[in-house]
Design a protein around this ligand. Structure first.
Ligand code: PLP
Length: 561
């Protein structure tokens, strides 16, 4: 029964029938979801057949699209149970919605000595705006704690809410762990003490039915792209009287009533917050996505629960796996770590098997710090995932863990020995050559892992913020120094693959002068070795940050010489 349901659901998503993505097992839905055919159709129709502006021109087409645009507000109103469509503000996404509220409250509502409360589970989008206004307005930023698995400690959190709490900002669902937070209790306590509440519903709205009036929260925010809708569109819900009090966020056309060179009057909410031409196609697409979710809510819940239980059972078969977060009060997201295996290495190898998961801190660095880990692998499911996706993932995960375990590095040693014999060499082959000779991606990774063993590892005392290389989903440290005018490189990482990549770079650069290094095209060299993938600017790839750090060091010391 679930298989049939998920098959019929998949037909609404062209991703699953495109030849390019057909092979991909997509388990990264919390980053962004696949898009509904209807969403694509309505946005395409807007661009192809009715590309006009809203709230400006009075010709028929503009009037028709403006009507559709405003009807979409009513769709969102129904979707989250708001009292009025005037409480629905279009934004670029959850991030902009939170920034809008934070900057408005900073100008109008918050006073020195107040505190703002966030939870340890928050996405950076629900931390940084509050932290910034706390710093500039002399407020205290307090953090609701989590237990050792990352579940919110409710009692301790409630105790942090007091008369000085101006606002409590908390995610409905944690993007990193999938926990459903007890927001009803938190909102209740905040109301009793007169604090405002902002709920980040970005990971919740496509999985849970939300009613903002029942919740009695003051603000609720989410993004369209995580719920089968377009990117670049999101929602800020706010109680109308609060939106009225909140100052405008951006100034310009659309949000004004009357402008002269001496004065301007603004529109009432929601238009007051919608300066400039909005993302019209995005609004129309998001509205269609909400209708679809509402229509299929029960089916979604049934499918998601079935898939999540299957995922938990699959992970339970692997003894080295540690699960994080709440497995009962959870949507279908599961984060885990594997003892002795770097999450980065696992994600790279899963990717090679066409399995898309997310690895790292998931934009929740403070949470990772609280849990004393540098990241997790996160599998985030959606109702359109199939049982077969989880079977394929489970088998691949076991294979990858095996590949990355030490005994397999020994077989990598054998592999390099074979290659060396083939090359008729009795001494170890240079790393670069061994990588060039690898005949498949798994041989390449075996060579890399073996190369990592020869890395001159950084003494722990040098693993400091100064030597940390940021930009990779794995931790990386790099120390450059000059000895008799020649570069000495030391580095480390918990990732075997990253250690291997460092060894490749060190092999070619160590012992060279800064001038020689600045003349050397390292990026081209790595592309020649088929390691270019690790140079991309994506957050998961840290090699370019390592390369940039070495080049910056050489530039600095070259000019000093
Ligand atoms: N809040 C949560 C819980 C999220 O998961 C995300 C994105 O991952 C955001 C906020 C930010 O969303 P956006 O990048 O769409 O603004």
């Amino acid at each position: 029964m679930p298989t049939k349901l998920s098959e019929s659901l998949r037909q609404h998503f062209p991703f699953f029938s495109s030849t390019q993505s057909e092979q991909c097992v997509y388990l990264d839905n919390a980053a962004t979801s696949q898009k509904l055919q209807r969403v694509i159709d309505v946005t395409q129709q807007y661009y192809q057949e009715r590309s006009v502006n809203v709230h400006r021109s009075s010709h028929q087409l503009a009037a028709c699209v403006t009507e559709q645009f405003e009807q979409s507000r009513k769709t969102i109103q129904r979707f989250i149970g708001a009292k009025s469509h005037k409480e629905i503000v279009w934004t670029k996404g959850a991030t902009e919605s939170i920034n809008l509220v934070a900057s408005g409250l900073a100008k109008s509502y918050i006073k020195p000595g107040d505190s703002i409360l966030v939870s340890a589970l928050e996405h950076h989008a629900n931390i940084v705006p509050w932290q910034q206004i706390a710093q500039t307005h002399n407020l205290q930023l307090k953090v609701m704690p989590v237990d050792s698995l990352g579940v919110l400690k409710l009692q301790a959190s409630l105790e942090l809410i007091d008369e000085n709490t101006a606002l409590v900002a908390i995610g409905h669902v944690s993007n990193a762990l999938g926990n459903i937070n007890p927001i009803a209790d938190i909102i209740n306590k905040a109301k009793q003490l007169g604090a405002l509440t902002l709920i980040d519903g970005t990971q919740a709205v496509s999985h849970l039915a939300v009613n903002v009036q029942q919740l009695n929260c003051d603000f609720y925010v989410f993004s369209g792209h995580k719920m089968f809708g377009p990117t670049g569109i999101g929602v800020l819900y706010g109680k109308y009287h609060l939106l009225e009090q909140l100052p405008a966020y951006q100034l310009g056309g659309e949000m004004i009533k009357k402008v002269s060179f001496t004065d301007t009057t603004f529109q009432p909410p929601p238009l007051k917050f919608e300066a400039g031409t909005p993302n019209i196609a995005g609004v129309l697409g998001l509205s269609v996505a909400c209708e679809f979710i509402q229509q299929h809510r029960d089916t979604f819940l049934q499918l998601e629960d079935h898939l999540y239980q299957q995922l938990l059972a699959t992970l339970a078969e692997i003894p080295q796996v540690k699960l994080w977060g709440d497995k009962i009060n959870s949507i279908c997201i599961q984060s885990f770590t594997v003892e002795g295996v770097s999450h980065y290495d696992l994600a790279v190898l899963l990717d090679k098997r066409n399995i898309a998961v997310r690895a790292g801190h998931h934009c929740a660095m403070p949470l990772m710090h609280e849990l004393s880990i540098d990241g997790t692998i996160r599998v985030s499911l959606a109702a359109y995932n199939s049982s077969q996706d989880i079977i394929t993932f489970g088998a691949a995960l076991k294979e990858c863990i095996g590949f990355l375990s030490d005994s397999n590095v020994n077989s990598a040693e054998q592999a390099i020995a074979t290659l060396a014999t083939n090359a008729q060499l009795n001494q170890p082959m240079p790393i670069a050559e061994s990588i060039q000779k690898a005949k498949s991606w798994d041989q390449t990774y075996r060579q890399l892992m073996l190369a990592g063993k020869s890395l001159i590892r950084l003494d722990p005392q040098y693993k400091t913020e100064g030597s940390a290389v940021h930009g990779c989903e794995s931790q990386v440290w790099l120390r450059c120094r000059l000895e008799h005018g020649k570069l000495v490189l030391e580095g480390d990482s918990p990732s075997k693959i990253v250690r291997g990549l460092l060894a490749v770079i060190f092999e070619t650069l160590s012992g060279k002068t800064t001038n020689q290094i600045l003349e050397f095209n390292l990026a081209e060299y790595l592309v020649d070795l088929n390691l270019g993938k690790h140079l991309s600017e994506s957050r998961g790839n840290g090699l370019s940050a390592v390369v940039n750090k070495i080049v910056a060091y050489c530039q600095l010391h070259n000019s000093e010489q």
